[in-house]
Design a protein around this ligand. Structure first.
Ligand SMILES: [Zn+2]
Ligand SMILES: [Zn+2]
Length: 381
Protein backbone atom coordinates (compact mmCIF):
# COMPACT_ATOMS: atom_id res chain seq x y z
CA UNK A 1 0.00 0.00 0.00
CA UNK A 2 1.42 3.38 -0.97
CA UNK A 3 1.86 6.07 1.59
CA UNK A 4 -0.69 8.35 -0.12
CA UNK A 5 -3.34 5.64 -0.28
CA UNK A 6 -2.96 4.71 3.35
CA UNK A 7 -3.31 8.36 4.34
CA UNK A 8 -6.51 8.67 2.27
CA UNK A 9 -7.96 5.64 4.02
CA UNK A 10 -7.10 7.01 7.42
CA UNK A 11 -8.78 10.30 6.57
CA UNK A 12 -11.87 8.55 5.23
CA UNK A 13 -12.15 6.44 8.41
CA UNK A 14 -11.74 9.51 10.56
CA UNK A 15 -14.44 11.38 8.61
CA UNK A 16 -16.89 8.50 9.02
CA UNK A 17 -16.27 8.36 12.75
CA UNK A 18 -16.73 12.07 13.19
CA UNK A 19 -19.89 12.48 11.16
CA UNK A 20 -22.54 9.76 11.43
CA UNK A 21 -24.53 11.49 8.65
CA UNK A 22 -21.70 11.27 6.16
CA UNK A 23 -22.73 9.46 3.01
CA UNK A 24 -20.10 8.39 0.52
CA UNK A 25 -20.52 9.93 -2.94
CA UNK A 26 -19.68 6.76 -4.89
CA UNK A 27 -22.58 4.54 -5.93
CA UNK A 28 -23.55 2.43 -2.91
CA UNK A 29 -23.34 -1.32 -3.28
CA UNK A 30 -26.33 -3.45 -2.39
CA UNK A 31 -27.47 -3.95 0.26
CA UNK A 32 -27.61 -0.21 0.95
CA UNK A 33 -24.72 0.52 3.21
CA UNK A 34 -25.67 4.10 4.00
CA UNK A 35 -28.34 5.28 6.32
CA UNK A 36 -29.84 8.68 6.93
CA UNK A 37 -30.73 8.89 10.60
CA UNK A 38 -33.07 11.80 11.32
CA UNK A 39 -34.68 11.83 7.83
CA UNK A 40 -38.10 13.49 8.34
CA UNK A 41 -41.22 11.33 8.11
CA UNK A 42 -43.52 11.83 5.11
CA UNK A 43 -46.42 14.13 6.11
CA UNK A 44 -50.10 13.29 5.41
CA UNK A 45 -50.73 13.37 1.65
CA UNK A 46 -47.16 14.54 0.89
CA UNK A 47 -45.68 13.94 -2.55
CA UNK A 48 -42.19 12.45 -3.14
CA UNK A 49 -40.53 15.63 -4.52
CA UNK A 50 -41.59 17.59 -1.42
CA UNK A 51 -40.27 14.93 0.97
CA UNK A 52 -37.04 14.67 -1.05
CA UNK A 53 -36.56 18.45 -0.71
CA UNK A 54 -37.28 18.37 3.03
CA UNK A 55 -34.73 15.59 3.65
CA UNK A 56 -32.11 17.57 1.74
CA UNK A 57 -32.87 20.70 3.71
CA UNK A 58 -33.06 18.97 7.08
CA UNK A 59 -29.94 16.85 6.71
CA UNK A 60 -28.10 19.34 4.47
CA UNK A 61 -27.38 16.80 1.76
CA UNK A 62 -26.42 17.69 -1.82
CA UNK A 63 -28.81 16.18 -4.39
CA UNK A 64 -26.35 13.57 -5.68
CA UNK A 65 -25.59 12.31 -2.18
CA UNK A 66 -29.26 11.92 -1.31
CA UNK A 67 -30.08 10.26 -4.63
CA UNK A 68 -27.25 7.76 -4.11
CA UNK A 69 -28.54 6.92 -0.63
CA UNK A 70 -32.13 6.46 -1.85
CA UNK A 71 -31.07 4.63 -5.01
CA UNK A 72 -32.90 7.02 -7.38
CA UNK A 73 -31.56 8.95 -10.35
CA UNK A 74 -34.58 10.55 -12.02
CA UNK A 75 -35.78 14.09 -11.28
CA UNK A 76 -38.05 14.08 -8.20
CA UNK A 77 -41.10 15.44 -10.07
CA UNK A 78 -40.97 12.53 -12.54
CA UNK A 79 -40.76 10.13 -9.59
CA UNK A 80 -44.00 11.65 -8.15
CA UNK A 81 -45.97 10.22 -11.08
CA UNK A 82 -45.10 6.59 -10.32
CA UNK A 83 -43.30 6.23 -13.69
CA UNK A 84 -39.95 5.23 -12.18
CA UNK A 85 -39.32 1.95 -10.44
CA UNK A 86 -38.24 2.60 -6.86
CA UNK A 87 -36.48 0.19 -4.56
CA UNK A 88 -38.82 0.98 -1.66
CA UNK A 89 -37.15 -1.51 0.67
CA UNK A 90 -33.77 0.02 0.12
CA UNK A 91 -35.22 3.51 0.65
CA UNK A 92 -36.99 2.39 3.84
CA UNK A 93 -33.71 0.92 5.09
CA UNK A 94 -31.84 4.13 4.32
CA UNK A 95 -34.30 6.52 5.98
CA UNK A 96 -35.50 4.08 8.67
CA UNK A 97 -39.23 4.48 7.91
CA UNK A 98 -41.84 1.89 6.96
CA UNK A 99 -42.23 0.85 3.32
CA UNK A 100 -45.97 1.67 3.59
CA UNK A 101 -45.32 5.33 4.46
CA UNK A 102 -42.95 5.64 1.47
CA UNK A 103 -45.28 3.94 -1.01
CA UNK A 104 -47.87 6.68 -0.42
CA UNK A 105 -45.41 9.34 -1.69
CA UNK A 106 -45.93 8.51 -5.38
CA UNK A 107 -48.91 7.54 -7.54
CA UNK A 108 -49.21 3.78 -8.03
CA UNK A 109 -47.33 2.37 -11.03
CA UNK A 110 -50.65 1.05 -12.33
CA UNK A 111 -52.32 4.49 -12.49
CA UNK A 112 -52.71 6.55 -15.66
CA UNK A 113 -50.44 9.20 -14.18
CA UNK A 114 -47.43 6.97 -14.72
CA UNK A 115 -48.34 6.37 -18.37
CA UNK A 116 -46.10 8.56 -20.60
CA UNK A 117 -48.96 9.06 -23.07
CA UNK A 118 -50.80 10.99 -20.32
CA UNK A 119 -47.88 13.07 -19.09
CA UNK A 120 -50.12 16.14 -19.51
CA UNK A 121 -51.88 15.09 -16.29
CA UNK A 122 -48.86 15.99 -14.16
CA UNK A 123 -46.91 18.31 -16.49
CA UNK A 124 -47.60 20.92 -19.18
CA UNK A 125 -45.82 19.41 -22.23
CA UNK A 126 -46.21 22.60 -24.31
CA UNK A 127 -44.34 24.58 -21.67
CA UNK A 128 -42.18 21.62 -20.65
CA UNK A 129 -42.60 21.97 -16.92
CA UNK A 130 -44.13 19.98 -14.11
CA UNK A 131 -47.43 21.09 -12.62
CA UNK A 132 -46.97 22.23 -9.01
CA UNK A 133 -49.74 24.21 -7.33
CA UNK A 134 -50.33 25.35 -3.79
CA UNK A 135 -53.02 26.56 -1.41
CA UNK A 136 -51.80 29.61 0.50
CA UNK A 137 -53.97 28.76 3.55
CA UNK A 138 -52.62 25.17 3.75
CA UNK A 139 -49.00 26.41 3.49
CA UNK A 140 -49.59 29.24 5.97
CA UNK A 141 -51.10 26.95 8.61
CA UNK A 142 -48.69 24.02 8.11
CA UNK A 143 -46.28 23.72 11.07
CA UNK A 144 -43.86 22.40 8.41
CA UNK A 145 -44.87 23.56 4.90
CA UNK A 146 -45.05 20.78 2.29
CA UNK A 147 -46.47 19.95 -1.17
CA UNK A 148 -49.49 17.64 -1.42
CA UNK A 149 -49.90 14.84 -3.97
CA UNK A 150 -53.11 16.51 -5.12
CA UNK A 151 -51.30 19.75 -6.04
CA UNK A 152 -49.34 17.93 -8.76
CA UNK A 153 -52.38 17.00 -10.84
CA UNK A 154 -53.77 18.94 -13.81
CA UNK A 155 -57.37 18.57 -12.63
CA UNK A 156 -56.82 19.94 -9.11
CA UNK A 157 -58.36 23.42 -9.24
CA UNK A 158 -59.56 24.02 -5.68
CA UNK A 159 -58.20 23.09 -2.25
CA UNK A 160 -60.68 20.55 -0.91
CA UNK A 161 -59.98 21.66 2.67
CA UNK A 162 -60.38 25.41 2.24
CA UNK A 163 -62.40 25.62 -0.99
CA UNK A 164 -60.06 28.32 -2.35
CA UNK A 165 -58.53 28.37 -5.84
CA UNK A 166 -55.08 26.78 -5.98
CA UNK A 167 -52.21 28.92 -7.27
CA UNK A 168 -49.52 28.19 -9.84
CA UNK A 169 -47.73 31.52 -10.04
CA UNK A 170 -45.92 33.60 -7.44
CA UNK A 171 -48.27 36.47 -6.49
CA UNK A 172 -45.34 38.87 -6.57
CA UNK A 173 -43.23 38.09 -9.69
CA UNK A 174 -45.68 35.74 -11.48
CA UNK A 175 -43.06 33.05 -12.03
CA UNK A 176 -44.43 29.49 -11.88
CA UNK A 177 -44.21 28.01 -8.41
CA UNK A 178 -41.53 25.36 -7.93
CA UNK A 179 -39.55 23.87 -5.08
CA UNK A 180 -36.61 26.14 -4.20
CA UNK A 181 -33.20 24.97 -5.36
CA UNK A 182 -31.31 23.28 -2.53
CA UNK A 183 -28.81 25.46 -0.65
CA UNK A 184 -26.97 24.55 2.52
CA UNK A 185 -28.28 26.48 5.54
CA UNK A 186 -31.83 26.93 4.24
CA UNK A 187 -34.69 26.00 6.54
CA UNK A 188 -37.88 24.09 5.75
CA UNK A 189 -39.76 27.44 5.90
CA UNK A 190 -38.01 28.30 2.64
CA UNK A 191 -40.67 26.29 0.81
CA UNK A 192 -43.06 29.18 1.46
CA UNK A 193 -40.75 31.52 -0.44
CA UNK A 194 -40.78 32.03 -4.21
CA UNK A 195 -37.78 30.29 -5.79
CA UNK A 196 -37.29 33.26 -8.15
CA UNK A 197 -37.88 36.44 -6.12
CA UNK A 198 -37.97 35.21 -2.52
CA UNK A 199 -41.41 36.73 -1.78
CA UNK A 200 -43.67 35.03 0.77
CA UNK A 201 -46.07 32.96 -1.35
CA UNK A 202 -48.70 33.08 1.40
CA UNK A 203 -48.74 36.86 1.63
CA UNK A 204 -51.77 37.13 -0.62
CA UNK A 205 -55.52 37.26 -0.28
CA UNK A 206 -57.31 33.99 -1.04
CA UNK A 207 -59.75 33.76 -3.88
CA UNK A 208 -62.93 31.70 -3.63
CA UNK A 209 -65.32 31.02 -6.47
CA UNK A 210 -68.97 32.06 -6.18
CA UNK A 211 -70.76 29.25 -4.30
CA UNK A 212 -72.53 27.66 -7.28
CA UNK A 213 -69.35 27.58 -9.35
CA UNK A 214 -67.32 26.25 -6.42
CA UNK A 215 -69.39 23.08 -6.16
CA UNK A 216 -69.49 22.63 -9.91
CA UNK A 217 -65.68 22.81 -10.08
CA UNK A 218 -65.22 20.58 -7.02
CA UNK A 219 -67.55 17.98 -8.53
CA UNK A 220 -65.73 17.97 -11.89
CA UNK A 221 -62.40 17.85 -10.06
CA UNK A 222 -63.56 14.81 -8.08
CA UNK A 223 -64.84 13.06 -11.18
CA UNK A 224 -61.61 13.61 -13.12
CA UNK A 225 -59.49 12.57 -10.16
CA UNK A 226 -61.50 9.42 -9.83
CA UNK A 227 -60.88 8.64 -13.50
CA UNK A 228 -57.12 9.16 -13.30
CA UNK A 229 -56.45 7.81 -9.84
CA UNK A 230 -59.08 5.26 -8.95
CA UNK A 231 -61.20 5.44 -5.82
CA UNK A 232 -58.78 4.09 -3.26
CA UNK A 233 -56.04 6.62 -4.01
CA UNK A 234 -58.59 9.41 -4.39
CA UNK A 235 -59.59 9.02 -0.73
CA UNK A 236 -55.94 9.25 0.28
CA UNK A 237 -55.43 12.55 -1.49
CA UNK A 238 -58.88 13.88 -0.57
CA UNK A 239 -59.47 12.67 3.00
CA UNK A 240 -62.45 15.05 3.42
CA UNK A 241 -64.56 12.69 1.34
CA UNK A 242 -64.40 10.26 4.23
CA UNK A 243 -65.25 12.72 6.98
CA UNK A 244 -68.98 12.66 6.32
CA UNK A 245 -69.11 9.15 7.76
CA UNK A 246 -68.29 10.48 11.22
CA UNK A 247 -70.02 13.83 10.92
CA UNK A 248 -73.57 14.70 12.00
CA UNK A 249 -75.21 17.55 10.14
CA UNK A 250 -75.94 20.50 12.37
CA UNK A 251 -79.74 20.90 12.50
CA UNK A 252 -82.18 23.51 13.65
CA UNK A 253 -84.59 22.97 16.55
CA UNK A 254 -87.28 22.15 13.96
CA UNK A 255 -85.25 19.11 12.89
CA UNK A 256 -84.49 20.54 9.46
CA UNK A 257 -80.90 20.60 8.29
CA UNK A 258 -79.76 24.19 7.96
CA UNK A 259 -78.29 24.51 4.47
CA UNK A 260 -77.33 28.10 5.20
CA UNK A 261 -74.24 26.95 7.07
CA UNK A 262 -71.07 26.45 5.09
CA UNK A 263 -70.10 23.30 6.99
CA UNK A 264 -73.43 21.55 6.31
CA UNK A 265 -73.16 22.33 2.60
CA UNK A 266 -69.63 20.93 2.51
CA UNK A 267 -70.68 17.78 4.32
CA UNK A 268 -73.62 17.26 2.01
CA UNK A 269 -71.32 17.68 -0.98
CA UNK A 270 -68.86 15.10 0.40
CA UNK A 271 -71.78 12.78 1.16
CA UNK A 272 -73.18 12.97 -2.38
CA UNK A 273 -69.74 12.46 -3.96
CA UNK A 274 -68.95 9.52 -1.75
CA UNK A 275 -72.28 7.83 -2.49
CA UNK A 276 -71.65 8.33 -6.20
CA UNK A 277 -68.19 6.79 -6.04
CA UNK A 278 -69.55 3.74 -4.26
CA UNK A 279 -71.97 3.14 -7.13
CA UNK A 280 -69.55 3.70 -10.01
CA UNK A 281 -67.98 0.54 -11.33
CA UNK A 282 -65.95 1.72 -14.30
CA UNK A 283 -63.18 -0.54 -15.54
CA UNK A 284 -59.72 0.92 -16.19
CA UNK A 285 -60.42 0.75 -19.95
CA UNK A 286 -63.69 2.68 -19.58
CA UNK A 287 -62.02 5.27 -17.33
CA UNK A 288 -59.31 5.80 -19.94
CA UNK A 289 -61.84 6.23 -22.72
CA UNK A 290 -63.87 8.76 -20.69
CA UNK A 291 -60.77 10.71 -19.72
CA UNK A 292 -59.51 10.63 -23.31
CA UNK A 293 -62.65 12.45 -24.40
CA UNK A 294 -61.75 15.36 -22.06
CA UNK A 295 -58.20 15.82 -23.40
CA UNK A 296 -56.91 18.24 -26.01
CA UNK A 297 -54.69 16.39 -28.48
CA UNK A 298 -52.20 17.69 -31.02
CA UNK A 299 -50.73 15.90 -34.04
CA UNK A 300 -47.03 15.19 -33.75
CA UNK A 301 -44.46 13.34 -35.80
CA UNK A 302 -42.55 10.71 -33.95
CA UNK A 303 -38.95 9.84 -34.72
CA UNK A 304 -39.00 7.96 -37.99
CA UNK A 305 -41.76 10.17 -39.36
CA UNK A 306 -44.76 8.27 -37.98
CA UNK A 307 -47.69 10.59 -37.20
CA UNK A 308 -49.47 10.27 -33.87
CA UNK A 309 -51.54 12.29 -31.42
CA UNK A 310 -50.29 13.59 -28.11
CA UNK A 311 -52.61 14.82 -25.34
CA UNK A 312 -51.24 18.17 -24.11
CA UNK A 313 -53.88 19.43 -21.66
CA UNK A 314 -57.41 18.99 -20.37
CA UNK A 315 -59.86 20.65 -22.73
CA UNK A 316 -61.69 23.23 -20.59
CA UNK A 317 -64.71 23.42 -22.91
CA UNK A 318 -65.20 19.65 -22.74
CA UNK A 319 -64.69 19.44 -18.98
CA UNK A 320 -66.89 22.41 -17.97
CA UNK A 321 -69.21 22.64 -20.99
CA UNK A 322 -71.13 25.92 -21.20
CA UNK A 323 -69.59 27.11 -17.91
CA UNK A 324 -66.04 26.85 -19.29
CA UNK A 325 -65.41 30.54 -19.88
CA UNK A 326 -66.94 31.61 -16.54
CA UNK A 327 -64.80 29.05 -14.71
CA UNK A 328 -61.77 30.14 -16.73
CA UNK A 329 -62.37 33.81 -15.83
CA UNK A 330 -62.23 32.93 -12.14
CA UNK A 331 -59.41 30.38 -12.23
CA UNK A 332 -57.08 32.05 -14.69
CA UNK A 333 -58.10 35.69 -14.59
CA UNK A 334 -58.19 36.18 -10.85
CA UNK A 335 -55.91 33.56 -9.48
CA UNK A 336 -52.97 32.83 -11.79
CA UNK A 337 -53.96 29.24 -12.41
CA UNK A 338 -53.10 28.73 -16.07
CA UNK A 339 -51.43 25.38 -16.72
CA UNK A 340 -52.87 21.94 -17.35
CA UNK A 341 -56.19 23.05 -18.88
CA UNK A 342 -56.67 24.62 -22.29
CA UNK A 343 -59.69 26.90 -22.29
CA UNK A 344 -60.09 27.85 -25.94
CA UNK A 345 -60.68 25.75 -29.06
CA UNK A 346 -57.41 24.95 -30.88
CA UNK A 347 -58.40 27.05 -33.89
CA UNK A 348 -58.45 30.16 -31.64
CA UNK A 349 -54.87 29.62 -30.56
CA UNK A 350 -53.52 32.43 -32.73
CA UNK A 351 -55.87 34.99 -31.15
CA UNK A 352 -54.73 34.28 -27.65
CA UNK A 353 -52.21 35.92 -25.36
CA UNK A 354 -48.67 35.84 -26.80
CA UNK A 355 -47.61 33.42 -24.04
CA UNK A 356 -50.38 31.07 -25.12
CA UNK A 357 -49.55 30.93 -28.81
CA UNK A 358 -47.90 27.68 -29.77
CA UNK A 359 -46.43 26.61 -33.08
CA UNK A 360 -45.07 23.46 -34.71
CA UNK A 361 -41.76 23.91 -32.89
CA UNK A 362 -43.54 23.87 -29.53
CA UNK A 363 -45.49 20.79 -30.60
CA UNK A 364 -42.25 18.99 -31.50
CA UNK A 365 -40.71 20.03 -28.17
CA UNK A 366 -43.79 18.70 -26.35
CA UNK A 367 -43.33 15.36 -28.11
CA UNK A 368 -39.67 15.22 -27.04
CA UNK A 369 -40.70 16.07 -23.47
CA UNK A 370 -43.16 13.18 -23.34
CA UNK A 371 -40.60 10.86 -25.00
CA UNK A 372 -38.22 11.64 -22.15
CA UNK A 373 -40.91 10.52 -19.74
CA UNK A 374 -41.45 7.35 -21.78
CA UNK A 375 -37.74 6.56 -21.58
CA UNK A 376 -37.90 6.71 -17.77
CA UNK A 377 -40.96 4.54 -17.67
CA UNK A 378 -39.28 1.96 -19.91
CA UNK A 379 -36.36 1.86 -17.51
CA UNK A 380 -38.60 0.61 -14.73
CA UNK A 381 -39.31 -2.69 -16.43
ZN1 LIG B 1 -55.95 24.61 1.63
ZN1 LIG C 1 -41.72 35.46 -7.08
Amino acid sequence: MTRGKSRREQLSRLRNNLNPLYVATEKPRRPAAHRLPGAPNPLPGEVFSSWHWRIQTFLRLPTKVLQAALGVDALPYWIDTGACRLDIERMAYAVMHTTKSLEALTWPQSSMLSDPHYCCLTTTPLRRRPIVRYCEICLRTDPVPYIRTLWRIACAYLCPTHGVVLRELCPSCHQPFELPRYKPNQSSRQLRRCHACGADLCDVESSALPEDLRYLVLARQAELLQLVAGKSHLLEVWPELRTQEAYCFGSEASGLIDMGTEQNVRMLFAHVLNARFRQTKQTVGQSKRTLNSYLLKISVRERGGKASTLPVALDGTKVFGKHALTVCKHLVGRQDLWGGTHWWPVEYMRFMLPSDVFNAKDFAAAATWSAKFAQLARGRN
